[in-house]
Every structure is written in structure tokens, then in C-alpha cells.
Design a protein around this ligand. Structure first.
Ligand code: DAH
Length: 348
């Protein structure tokens, strides 16, 4: 065989391949044509390629070049026929298998989107509302020490809140539960008021912060109690912060969260870290609902963090997040929030 014959047989093959590919009407015939021309064992291209061996060695580079051109052209013609028939060029046989199995009348598979836990949603809402009132959100650790959880907050040693049976004191590596009155004794924080102390220890006044997070108390779980729950703590420190501002902030907060104009009521109370202290209620659906505790920051607390009570003052408040969330969504049992039952959580 001469080089000229070799080339003309390749060209004839291309013409034949292009003709049959131009007429092909279904994926199965396309596959047959593909095998006929480009099949790795008995394809026509393969047998022509074998003939290259009888060419003179100085003719082979030109022959190889032509062969590659024709092979690429045949492949391109197969690919475009595949595209025309709607199967993917690279995987005709896979497309052939898949083709008849697609039933366009079946409903599609809808991807199921997750959503935020109702408590997380509530926390996001509260942060957003308080953010508009100029409070920035900060976080504090859930493992605290006696100093931040009690002592700096002016809670004396004999206060019932410090009873070891009412707190989760921790045994640290190699140590038994240490003396709970040691300032560095570790416990799961029982209130987010700890973050007031941490904020004031690290920042200079003025200060306008909130902190939202988990707190822990060894309570028996029932419809309204759970050993872990969430609080929002607020703190505003400046040179002339007043009780009237406290009431305004809480009223604006309640109005934004609950919608509609909400009336706020202060009842005299006692907390070691505020003086005076109040319980806050709001009027909702014809009844007074407990909101949380609040007051003017006690001078002893300001002194504990190195602030001068002659120069700065402020208010603080603490609210239960679950209570707000449950009221908003009509949830009756706090335990439902933490059972991780997807059928329950999916509703919110
Ligand atoms: N820490 C209190 C509690 O857990 C709530 C509280 C009351 C926080 C009064 C405050 C406050 O900041 O001023 O019951």
C-alpha cells in the first residue's frame, strides 16, 4: 500500500462516517456507528491504522498525522450527532441505558432544607432588636468561676444561690470538686450576668452590651423547668444612665418583639448585683407576664471590676429566652424544645 492509498482510504472512511452520522436518528444506531468506526478492537479506523506498518518509514510521519486528523474528525462527528440526539457525547452507552428509564411524569425529588432551631431563631431576633437600640452582642464562657458567677456580682458566700446543690460545680482534671468558695472554683454558669463582669473587666466605659447564651441549674425537668436554658443579659454603663432609660429600653424591646404597644410594669425586688432592683412584667393578652429581673448596677459590682461608682453608673437586666420563645410560638412544654424531635422542630 502506498501513502496515497492510505490517505484516500482514510478520507473515504470519513465521508462514509459523516454520511451515516448525518442520518442517524436514535442513540442505539449512533452507538453501532461508533463501534463500527472507532471500536477499539475491530473498528475500521483500527484496521486502517494497522496498514500503516507496511508504509516506508519516511512516509509514516505524514501518514500518522493524517490518521490523527481523520480520527479526530470522526470523533467530532460522533459527538455532534450525540448532542443532536440529546445524549452526552462522552458517555453514549450510559445515556443509552438511562434514556428509557427517565419518566418525566414522575414528581421530582425536592431537596429538604433545614431550618434554625426556634431558640436560635429567638436569639437572632433578640440580637437584631437590641442591635437597633445600640446594644452589641458579646459572648462569655459557659464554664465559669466563682469570681465571675458570684463574687464580683456582689453575691455573698452565704447567699442561697451559691449552694453547691443548686449549681453544677465541676471536678477538673485530677482534682475533686474544689472548695466552691475558692475564687477559681469552676462551675457551669448559672446566669449570664457573668458576662457583665467579663465585659467591664476588659472594656472601658461607656458600654452598651447584651449577651445571650446557655445557663445551667440542677432543676428537675418539668413543663417550665429544664437544667439548661438560655438568658439574655443587658448592660448599659455611662455617666448618667437612669431607671427611666431602663424602662424605655425594655418597653421598646417588648414592643418590637411582641408587636403592638406593650405596657411595662416594675415591681420592687432584690438582686445582689443591682440597687434598686425590680422584677419586670409586661401586659399581654389581658394579663401581666413575668419578663425578668433588672435594676441599677450596684456600686460594689462597679468597684469589683475597677470602675469608679462616683464617675459611672448603669442598668442591667436579665431575661429568660425560652419564656419569650414559648410565648411567641405557643409552645407549652419547655422539654419539647430539647427533645430534638424533628417532627416538632420542623413546625417553626
Ligand atoms: N441573673 C438573674 C437571674 O438569673 C437575672 C437578672 C436580674 C439579671 C437582675 C440582671 C439583673 O442583670 O439586673 O435570675
Amino acid at each position: 500500500m502506498s501513502l496515497a492509498e492510505f490517505i484516500s482510504s482514510l478520507e473515504a472512511l470519513l465521508v462514509a462516517a459523516e454520511t451515516s452520522l448525518g442520518d442517524v436518528a436514535d442513540v442505539a444506531s449512533l452507538e453501532e456507528i461508533r463501534v463500527l468506526y472507532t471500536g477499539a478492537k475491530n473498528g475500521q479506523l483500527k484496521s486502517i491504522q494497522k496498514g500503516m506498518g507496511v508504509l516506508a518509514s519516511d512516509e509514516r510521519p505524514a501518514a500518522g498525522k493524517k490518521f490523527n486528523e481523520i480520527r479526530d474528525a470522526v470523533q467530532a462527528a460522533i459527538d455532534s450527532a450525540a448532542v443532536r440526539l440529546g445524549s452526552s457525547a462522552g458517555s453514549i452507552s450510559a445515556a443509552k441505558k438511562l434514556g428509557p428509564q427517565v419518566d418525566p411524569t414522575l414528581p421530582g425529588l425536592r431537596p429538604r432544607l433545614g431550618r434554625l432551631h426556634p431558640i436560635t431563631q429567638t436569639i437572632e431576633d433578640l440580637k437584631e432588636i437590641m442591635g437597633r437600640l445600640g446594644f452589641s452582642a458579646i459572648e462569655g464562657p459557659e464554664i465559669e468561676d466563682t469570681w465571675h458567677n458570684f463574687v464580683a456580682l456582689n453575691i455573698p458566700e452565704d447567699h442561697p444561690a451559691r449552694d453547691p446543690l443548686d449549681n453544677f460545680y465541676l471536678a477538673t482534671a485530677g482534682k475533686q470538686v474544689s472548695d466552691p468558695n475558692a475564687l477559681d472554683a469552676k462551675l457551669l454558669r448559672s446566669q449570664t450576668s457573668t458576662v457583665q463582669i467579663r465585659a467591664m473587666e476588659t472594656q472601658k466605659p461607656p458600654l452598651r452590651i447584651i449577651s445571650l447564651g446557655r445557663v445551667y441549674r440542677p432543676d428537675e425537668a418539668d413543663m417550665t423547668h429544664f437544667p439548661m436554658f438560655h438568658q439574655m443579659e443587658g448592660l448599659w454603663i455611662d455617666t448618667s444612665v437612669t431607671m427611666a432609660q431602663l424602662k424605655s429600653v425594655l418597653r421598646m424591646f417588648a414592643t418590637s418583639y411582641l408587636g403592638g404597644d406593650v405596657t411595662i410594669r416594675f415591681r420592687p425586688s432584690f438582686f445582689p448585683f443591682t440597687e434598686p432592683s425590680v422584677e419586670v412584667d409586661y401586659f399581654w393578652n389581658e394579663q401581666w407576664v413575668e419578663f425578668g429581673g433588672a435594676g441599677m448596677v450596684d456600686p460594689n459590682v462597679l468597684k469589683a471590676v475597677g470602675y469608679d461608682p462616683e464617675e459611672v453608673c448603669g442598668f442591667a437586666f436579665g431575661l429568660g429566652v425560652e419564656r419569650l420563645c414559648m410565648r411567641r410560638y405557643g409552645i407549652k412544654d419547655i422539654r419539647d424544645l430539647f427533645r430534638s424531635d424533628i417532627r416538632f422542630l420542623r413546625q417553626f
